[in-house]
Design a protein around this ligand. Structure first.
Ligand code: GAP
Length: 516
């Protein structure tokens, strides 16, 4: 199965099993907007809890807030979003389709890389064991020609974007003879800047003064509350403020399912430090955040850091944590050293002092900030794509079958326990209900009595339920039950009275938190 096929299957599976639905689907959906279903919302809430507790419980000096989505419009002038939160866009006059100009060029570069890889694979087959890939890439005339052209285009694009040189971006599109994938023509408009913030009006009178924005990041809600939290919480530097909430961006190119959405959720933490100590904390948070990811157990080789060589004007260091999605390594989280850019600008635009008096040094200063910013929906996609497995299995009667199983870490799984009476008679349902009534206060349980046990297992494998408990006639005699383990499919007979203790051990988020 190719990675593309896997991704398609994952999207279909998410819908079929109540994880993610297209928004307002009965009206044919809304582009790049999604709803979370009955299992999706549980998984999402568990990821949130894992993040929230790793921040606010494991660090005495981090507290949380929940700021409003609407903020005073000057916030976004101070943060730089009104002036510079733009993407270059271009329209095709024939298809009337709109594209991000830089993405068109990036796709062209990707095509050249695919061409090179094809040549390399052909040569590998031709030369067999004696093939020296590095030498071939350096010397084959066709490969070196494509590589040089691709590198030159990449260089021109980076420079043009940095200098905001929109005519040059258009020229690159023309020089590369990039055509619209829909109309096939090269009939392009000029390249224009497009601000990604959604605007709306506050109040009933529609005039310019009432224009406000849906926040494009949650971070600014933290910055404008810096002093409130510092004073009321008597926080001493270094300290952090964490927040989980919705953010909105009018993405021109929204694709790859919930990877790039127009309405999404962020989990952000701003860590306020003494100026000059930011690099120490930047390294600390890079390591901590990578450890949080790896603790989910999907394999350390699935993650890597991507260091930003070209920094935003307010940052003095920045790295992304990338995960290997079915469509390649992509960013899930950013760790940025943002200097005092945000607080200083809010100080300037609001006229309010946003300083900290440091009792240890006797100085007042605007704190520096290390930001950790992770997309909740992207983490959700990470968990689903790493957990999705198709397996061949041998049944008890020797025949083979296939199963789709989501190997979600038990602490994050939407349903922890499925409880099955073997038959719908002989007092087994009543016994099963009694066990469920006892456990439901501590764990997300589901009761199921329809279909064979095998079919019930398959349904719960497909939503990632880590443990299925079966109640049979022996349960009525000695109060023991069988636990069936999702990943190994092994079964174990245990006293029903031990279920709470066994499950607490296996599904508690505390176990994950202790390993970070
Ligand atoms: N406050 C910093 C900030 O917002 P960002 O790199 O623009 O930085 C941080 O966003 C994270 O938010 C990303 O790493 C990604 O996981 C998530 N994110 C950004 N745009 C997104 C979108 N359109 N859809 C889904 N997630 C997105």
């Amino acid at each position: 199965m190719t990675q593309e096929e896997l991704f398609k299957k994952l999207i279909a599976h998410s819908k079929e099993y109540g994880f993610v639905f297209p928004s307002s689907e009965i009206y044919d959906g809304l582009s790049a907007v999604y709803d979370y279903g009955q299992n999706g919302v549980e998984l999402k809430n568990n990821i949130k809890r894992y993040w929230w507790e790793s921040m606010t419980r494991l660090h005495e000096n981090i507290v949380g807030i929940d700021a409003a989505i609407f903020m005073h419009p000057t916030t976004w002038v101070a943060s730089g979003h009104v002036g510079a939160f733009n993407d270059p866009l271009i329209d095709n006059k024939d298809s009337k389709k709109r594209y991000r100009a830089d993405v068109l060029i990036e796709d062209w570069i990707q095509k050249q890389e695919d061409k090179i890889n094809k040549e390399v694979e052909k040569a590998r087959k031709r030369f067999g064991d004696s093939f020296n890939e590095e030498l071939y890439r350096q010397t084959n005339p066709r490969v070196t020609e494509i590589t040089a052209k691709k590198d030159e285009v990449n260089h021109r694009m980076v420079e043009a974007l940095q200098q905001n040189n929109l005519p040059e971006i258009k020229k690159i599109i023309e020089d590369c003879e990039i055509a619209c994938p829909i109309s096939g023509t090269r009939n392009w408009t000029e390249v224009r800047q497009f601000n990604l913030m959604f605007e709306t009006k506050l109040g009933s009178v529609s005039d310019e003064a009432n224009t406000i924005y849906l926040r494009p990041e949650t971070a600014q809600g933290i910055f404008v509350n810096y002093l409130n939290v510092q004073k009321t919480g008597r926080m001493k530097i270094p300290f952090g403020i964490a927040q989980i909430g919705k953010a909105f961006r009018n993405e021109i190119v929204a694709r790859q399912f919930i990877f790039r959405m127009r309405e999404f959720e962020q989990m952000e933490m701003q860590f306020f430090v003494r100026p000059g100590e930011e690099m120490k904390w930047y390294e600390y948070w890079k390591e901590k955040r990578m450890s949080w990811h790896r603790t989910m157990g999907f394999g350390d080789d699935k993650y890597r850091f991507h260091k930003h060589e070209k920094l935003a004007h307010y940052a003095n260091a920045a790295s992304d944590i990338e995960f290997e999605f079915p469509f390649g390594f992509k960013e899930v989280e950013g760790i940025h050293s943002r200097t005092d850019f945000d607080l200083s600008n809010h100080q300037k635009h609001s006229g309010k002092k946003l300083q900290y008096f440091d009792p240890e040094t006797g100085e007042s200063y605007v704190p520096y900030v290390i930001e950790t910013s992770i997309g909740l929906d992207r983490t959700f996609l990470l968990v689903l794509s790493a957990a999705y497995h198709e397996e061949k299995i041998t049944k008890e009667d020797g025949s083979t079958d296939e199963r789709v199983v989501l190997k979600i870490p038990p602490a994050l799984a939407p349903v922890k326990l499925a409880i099955f009476p073997l038959l719908k008679k002989d007092g087994l349902p009543e016994m099963a209900r009694k066990i469920m009534d006892d456990l439901k206060f501590d764990f997300a349980c589901q009761y199921e009595e329809k279909d064979t046990i095998g079919k019930r297992y398959r349904r719960h494998d497909a939503i990632g339920t880590p443990f299925c408990i079966t109640i049979d006639h022996q349960t009525l005699e000695d109060e023991t039950v069988t636990i069936r383990y999702r990943d190994t499919m092994e079964q174990e007979r245990v006293p029903a009275s031990r279920l709470r203790e066994i499950m607490t051990e296996k599904v508690s988020i505390t176990n994950l938190l202790k390993q970070i």
